[in-house]
Design a protein around this ligand. Structure first.
Ligand SMILES: [Zn+2]
Length: 247
């Protein structure tokens, strides 16, 4: 009898660990943020609620509370949203062409076959500035394995943005987010509620992870390394690595 109790306890504990870790690692669509922004909003959703047979995910308590005030209406709107976005397949990187200064542009095709880290930042954002050296290190260490970092800046002026690039010594491209092309892109991937936000995109243009919080070198490396190893040998020998070559 006692042995069985212990065994049950161990099993319960293991289950708890399993459930806990999957819940933490899940990138799901927050129902409330998705409906409010009219796009599937993939992010870390630690909260969930079961309604009938369906499970709904939430990025924060406020979103869950709002959902629970009228679950029927929210789930209906969310279902409609999912139907609307079936053509663009939620979670894949939308096609884009961003203008580059002073000339040229950067399109999704320029990133073909690369693992892309898209970071939303600004010089006025202290946690953004704190993680920049880690992104620089990531680009430095892993670009030859097929990684490319791309930054989108929410600075209020071009001067502040340019000064930030220079002061930090950025070794990757940063584009101002107020450009209409970038605005359109953000609408499709889910605009940031706050920055920093970092998206991880695999070699097949699938957004595999969204961090709505500051990150560091090790966190990024843990996510990016397996993606680089996947399909890495398909990269041709004359590939010049992960630096972005604008078209
Ligand atoms: Zn939310």
């Amino acid at each position: 009898m006692r042995n069985q109790d212990i065994r049950t306890g161990i099993i319960a504990f293991l289950l708890m660990l399993l459930v806990g870790s999957t819940a933490w690692a899940d990138t799901e669509a927050c129902v409330v943020c998705s409906v409010n922004q009219g796009v599937i909003h993939l992010e870390d959703c630690p909260l969930k609620e079961r309604v009938g047979t369906e499970t709904f995910y939430f990025c924060k308590r406020g979103c869950r509370d709002e959902f629970l005030s009228d679950p029927e209406s929210w789930s209906r709107k969310f279902a409609a949203l999912k139907i609307d976005t079936t053509q663009t397949e939620a979670g894949s990187l939308p096609d884009f062409r961003f203008p580059l200064e002073p000339i040229g542009s950067l399109s999704r095709a320029d990133l073909e076959g690369k693992v892309v880290v898209i970071n939303m930042w600004a010089t006025w954002c202290a946690p953004c500035m704190a993680e920049m050296p880690d992104l620089i290190k990531l680009q430095e260490q892993l670009s030859n394995e097929g990684l490319a970092v791309l930054a989108l800046s929410f600075d209020k002026t071009s001067e502040a943005h340019r000064k930030g690039i220079k002061d930090l010594g950025l070794n990757f491209v940063s584009i101002e987010a107020n450009k209409p092309e970038v605005q359109n892109f953000l609408k499709q991937v889910g605009p940031p509620e706050s920055i920093p936000v970092t998206l991880i995109v695999d070699r097949e243009f699938k957004i595999v992870k969204r961090f709505n919080r500051p990150i560091d070198y090790q966190t990024l490396k843990d996510v990016v390394k397996p993606l680089l190893q996947k399909g890495g040998d398909e990269v041709s020998s004359n590939d010049e690595g992960g630096s972005i070559v604008p078209s």
